[in-house]
Write a protein that binds this ligand. Structure first.
Ligand code: ADP
Length: 166
C-alpha cells in the first residue's frame, strides 16, 4: 500500500436494520480511514424486513453530515466488490467470542481470494456488545423498548412497518 494514497475501507453487512452497534463501528472507521463505504449486501435468498433501498435511505440520513461516509449496495463476492472500489481494507465488528469463528473464516477466505485487501476488526462500545439487528427486531415486535439501541429514525421506520404486537 502506498503511504501517500488515501485509505478506503469497506464495511459490509446486511444492516437490516442499522443499529447503534453498526453506527459505533462506522464512526470508528470514519476516524481511522480517509473514507469508509458502507456496503449493503443484497442477498436474494433472505427475506429482509427493510428493502435495500430503505436501508440505504436510513444510512444516508443517519450519516448525512459525515462527508467521508458513503453508502452503496452490492451483491456477489465481497472481495470483487472491494477490488472494484479500490478499497484497502474490509472493516468488521467483533462483539463477542461467538462472532470470532465465523469472522475468522470469512477473513481468511477473503485473504485467500485477494491477498491485497486486509480485514480489520473493531470492537464497539460495551453497551452494544450483545446487540444485533435480529434481536432489536424481535424485541421491538414483542413491544419492548429499543430506545438507545437503534437510531431514532430506525425506531420510527419500524413503527411505520406496523410489526409491533402491543
Ligand atoms: P452480516 O449479515 O454480515 O452479519 P450485520 O449487519 O449483522 O451483517 O453486521 C455487519 C457487521 O457489523 C458484522 O461485522 C457484524 O459483526 C457487525 N456488527 C453487528 N452488530 C454489531 C454490534 N452491536 N456491535 C459491533 N459490531 C456489530
Amino acid at each position: 500500500m502506498e503511504s501517500n494514497r488515501s485509505r478506503l475501507a469497506v464495511y459490509p453487512g446486511s444492516f437490516d436494520p442499522l443499529t447503534n452497534g453498526h453506527v459505533d463501528i462506522i464512526e470508528r472507521g470514519a476516524r481511522l480511514f480517509d473514507r469508509i463505504v458502507i456496503a449493503i449486501l443484497v442477498n436474494l435468498d433472505k427475506q429482509p424486513l427493510f428493502s435495500p433501498e430503505e436501508r440505504k435511505d436510513i444510512l444516508r440520513e443517519v450519516f448525512r453530515s459525515k462527508p467521508n461516509v458513503e453508502i452503496e449496495t452490492f451483491n456477489g463476492l465481497l472481495v470483487d466488490y472491494a477490488e472494484d472500489r479500490k478499497a484497502d481494507v474490509i472493516v468488521r465488528g467483533l462483539r463477542a467470542i461467538s462472532d470470532f469463528e465465523y469472522e475468522m473464516q470469512m477473513a481468511l477466505m477473503n485473504r485467500r481470494l485477494n491477498r491485497e485487501i486486509e480485514t480489520v476488526f473493531m470492537m464497539p462500545d460495551e453497551r452494544y456488545t450483545y446487540l444485533s439487528s435480529r434481536l432489536a427486531k424481535e424485541v421491538f415486535a414483542l413491544g419492548g423498548s429499543i430506545s438507545g439501541l437503534v437510531p431514532e429514525l430506525v425506531e420510527s421506520r419500524l413503527r411505520s412497518k406496523n410489526i409491533q404486537h402491543n
